[in-house]
Every structure is written in structure tokens, then in C-alpha cells.
Design a protein around this ligand. Structure first.
Ligand SMILES: [Zn+2]
Length: 459
């Protein structure tokens, strides 16, 4: 190629890029937002910790569900719902999907139901019942609250869709370091390890940010994520924990904008040190500050093109407990293990078969050139790191989406064992000690298929 042809090729490239920019600047998405307060009115049981001895006594802040509806230039729609909950349970997910389909025309692949995994939110229907001392009255309060939550989620999605209006959507990423790998660092040692710069284990400190701007440039909504347990506090006050403080800080600095949080692959990550409200607020401010960094950068505009794809993967459970093992575990010193064993023995005696597989949701969206992978359950950080290697460093990976049924270990963590490797199956009430060894392989293969699907749908 001589100079002239290089020059011509360069000119062509510049004009193509310019053309794309004009397209990006001219054509707009449509976006709509809505939110609903879900702070329980009744003193219902709090989720996440088995050691609590009474229901909530008050609140540090209100709990929310927030919906962001998006529509691309061709009229394709998707709705992100974030929630100050431990995790949306299977029955709630199924009921919301059914209502969203019949009443709003949304397929499950168009709906992302995310949970912040706050441990200062309410227990939801069917979620981790064995770890709480629930009597009939407590259960009926949880049932009533959960039914109300389903209604509110569907109504809020409907309101966000009804509000769809032209918007510019942009994406970017920053980072903040308060997540610590809890499998590789003893909690009591963390302050010293931080001082020494000696923390160990894989982490994902990225803060993915999706910003939605009104045509006049004002921020309408900002969605951001972080891969870390939302467990700074374990007290008796309703609270969105650090993610709640981050949303409050952003909604204060960005008047009239709605801030939304999704959990990343933080199943083996804790905000450390913790157990002080001042630290909770500090972590929230660190996260909000990372989001501001992206907003000021500024983030890159996404072309108004949406693709959504989803699969339900049949995950295999590992060995089921035998009747003899359950008889022994019925006398375990741990009350939640006793309740789990007693319940499963009852199932066996009544002739009920244990489930051997679980329908696991894997979802992939593409917004312009931004790929978002969402996974069910509490996903360990290995998945985010692996998917970023495989699909590009810009990829976002959310956990705690659509159904939070268990921990999701990588094969490494499964083989290492411990709580995230399998121990938590009893906490979640599953009739198995852990997943089968193909868990990572099955989820990865599904994500690969779906990423390919949303990439090839590019026009
Ligand atoms: Zn957890």
C-alpha cells in the first residue's frame, strides 16, 4: 500500500468513525424509571443471619425496589429491577415473570431481577427458612410481605415502561478496594494485612456504571455494581447497607437522578473491616465516589441497540444425604442443621423425592457494545474474572440475579470446600451437600452460547 492509499484508507476510517458517532449522538434510547418503598410495615424476620433472636426494631434507611426500563431504536425492550433484598427467591421470580409476561408483554430474558444481598432486609418466601426460628405467625407475615412485594415489582416495572422517554445511555468502569476475599484472609487479621499490603486471594474491585442522561444532559438514572457481600452490619435495623448508603449519596449529589445497585460475583468477598455504621457509610461513599469518577470521565455513549438472551441451565446437585446421615444431623449442635435434617427426614418419610437438579438462570444482554452477563445465586469471584478474560475486560458480570437459590462455587472453590464450596447448601435448604463437579463447566458453556448469540445479533 502506498502513501495515497494509506491516506485514503485512513480518511475512510475517520469518516466511518465520524458516521458512527453521528449515529450514536443522534439516535437515542428510550428510558423510564420508577421506584417503590418496600420497607416492611410489620416487624417481620430479617434475612441473612441465622443468629438473630427477634424481628427488626427500626430502620437506618428505607428499603427500595427500583426499575429502569430501556427501549432501543428498534423498539426492543428490557427492564432492570434492583432491590434492597437478600435475594429474590424462586417462587417470587416465577410469579413476577408470569405477571410481567401477561400484563406487560415482557419475556423472562427481557427482565433482570437483581438483589443487593443486604443482610438487613426482610426474609422472603421460601428463602433459607431452615436457618430462622420461624413459627406459623412469622411465616404468614413473610408470605403476606412477599405477595405484596411481587405486586409492587410488577407495578413498578409497568410504571417504568409507561415513562419511557428519549435518553442517552452511556457506560464506564472505575474501581474501589474495600472488598476482601474472605476465604483467604481471617477477618480479625484484615486491618493488619491492609496495613502491610498483604491481603490475599482473588478479588474484583471494578465498579461498572450504566448512566442514563436526559436529552438536555442531566442525569436521569445511574446503575452501578460491586462484587462484595452487602454485610457491613448484622443488627436489627432495616438498611440497604453499604449499597444503600452509596445510592443515598448519589441521589443527594445528583438531584432528581435515581441510583440503583446490583451485586457482582461477591460470594467470597466481604466488606472488611466491618460492624460499624460509620464504616458502612464510608464504603457507600467510596462506591459513590467511584461512580462519580465514571460520570465525570465521561462514560462512553452506547448506540441504541439492545439484544437479550437467556437459558435455564439444568445444574446437577451432588450426593444427597442418606436417611442415616439425616438421623444423625437431626441431633447436630447447630439449630439450622437440625431443622434442615428434620425437614428432609419428613420428606423422605412422606415418600417425597429429593430434587437432583436445579433450573439455573443465565442471562446475557448487549447494550450497544456493552455486554452484561447475569447469573443466579451467590457467585464466587472466579466467574467474573474468567468471563472478563474470555469476553473482554469491559464485560460486566452480575450475580444475585433472577433466583438466589445457593452459592455458586467455581470448580476450584468446590474442590477446596468450606462454606462457599458446599457447606452453604444446608443453609439454603437444598437436599445435597454441594453441587456436582460440572457446575462451572455448565454455567460457562451457557454464558459462552449466550454471549455469542447477543454478539451475532448485531446488525
Ligand atoms: Zn451471602
Amino acid at each position: 500500500m502506498n502513501f495515497t492509499s494509506i491516506h485514503f484508507a485512513a480518511l475512510l476510517l475517520v469518516s466511518c468513525l465520524a458516521g458512527e458517532q453521528v449515529f450514536a449522538a443522534d439516535a437515542l434510547w428510550k428510558a423510564g424509571v420508577a421506584k417503590a418503598n418496600i420497607t416492611p410495615a410489620e416487624p417481620i424476620w430479617m434475612a441473612g443471619y441465622g443468629g438473630r433472636t427477634n424481628p427488626a426494631e427500626g430502620k437506618v434507611m428505607d428499603l427500595w425496589i427500583k426499575a429502569l426500563a430501556l427501549e432501543d431504536a428498534r423498539g426492543r425492550r428490557a427492564v432492570i429491577v434492583t432491590s434492597d433484598t437478600l435475594g429474590i427467591s424462586q417462587s417470587i421470580y416465577i410469579n413476577v415473570c408470569a405477571a410481567a409476561k401477561t400484563r406487560l408483554g415482557l419475556e423472562p430474558e427481557q427482565l433482570m431481577l437483581s438483589a443487593s444481598h443486604t443482610h438487613c432486609g426482610p426474609v422472603l418466601r421460601g428463602a433459607l427458612y431452615d436457618i430462622y426460628p420461624l413459627d406459623d405467625e412469622r411465616r404468614s407475615r413473610i408470605d403476606k410481605y412477599s405477595a405484596g412485594l411481587e405486586t409492587k415489582i410488577v407495578e413498578t416495572i409497568g410504571k417504568a415502561l409507561a415513562e419511557l422517554a428519549p435518553a442517552r445511555v452511556a457506560a464506564g468502569q472505575a474501581s474501589t478496594p474495600f472488598a476482601v476475599n474472605r476465604r483467604n484472609n481471617r477477618e480479625a487479621d484484615v486491618p493488619k494485612l491492609i496495613q502491610q499490603g498483604a491481603l490475599k486471594g482473588p478479588v474484583d474491585h471494578s465498579v461498572p456504571v450504566l448512566a442514563v442522561f436526559l436529552p438536555d444532559g442531566k442525569l436521569k438514572a445511574v446503575l452501578f455494581g460491586y462484587a462484595c457481600h452487602n454485610t457491613t452490619m448484622d443488627f436489627y435495623q432495616w438498611s440497604g447497607d453499604y449499597a444503600g448508603f452509596a445510592q443515598l449519596a448519589l441521589e443527594k449529589s445528583r438531584t432528581n437522578a435515581m441510583a440503583m445497585f446490583f451485586g457482582g460475583c461477591g460470594a467470597d468477598q466481604n466488606p472488611l473491616p466491618r460492624r460499624q455504621l460509620a464504616l458502612t457509610e464510608r464504603y457507600g461513599n467510596m462506591l459513590a465516589s467511584a461512580v462519580e469518577e465514571v460520570l465525570l470521565a465521561p462514560p462512553r455513549t452506547l448506540s441504541p441497540e439492545l439484544a437479550t438472551a437467556m437459558e435455564t441451565v439444568t445444574l446437577n446437585l451432588g450426593a444427597a444425604p442418606t436417611e442415616a446421615e439425616l438421623e444423625k444431623l437431626k441431633e447436630d449442635k447447630n439449630a439450622s442443621t437440625q431443622r434442615w435434617a428434620t425437614r428432609l427426614l419428613g420428606d423422605l418419610k412422606s415418600g417425597k423425592q429429593f430434587i437432583r437438579t436445579y433450573p439455573y438462570p443465565v442471562q446475557v444482554w448487549r447494550l450497544g457494545d456493552q455486554v452484561l452477563v447475569t447469573l443466579g445465586g451467590e457467585v464466587v469471584v472466579d466467574y467474573a474474572l474468567k468471563f472478563k478474560m474470555e469476553f473482554g475486560p469491559q464485560t460486566w458480570v452480575a450475580g444475585y440475579c433472577n433466583d438466589v437459590m445457593a452459592y455458586i462455587p467455581s470448580l476450584r472453590v468446590l474442590k477446596e470446600g468450606g462454606y462457599e464450596g458446599g457447606g452453604a447448601h444446608i443453609v439454603y435448604g437444598l437436599p445435597a451437600y454441594r453441587w456436582a463437579e460440572d457446575v462451572e463447566e455448565l454455567i460457562t458453556a451457557s454464558a459462552q452460547r449466550l454471549v455469542k448469540q447477543v454478539q451475532t445479533s448485531r446488525k
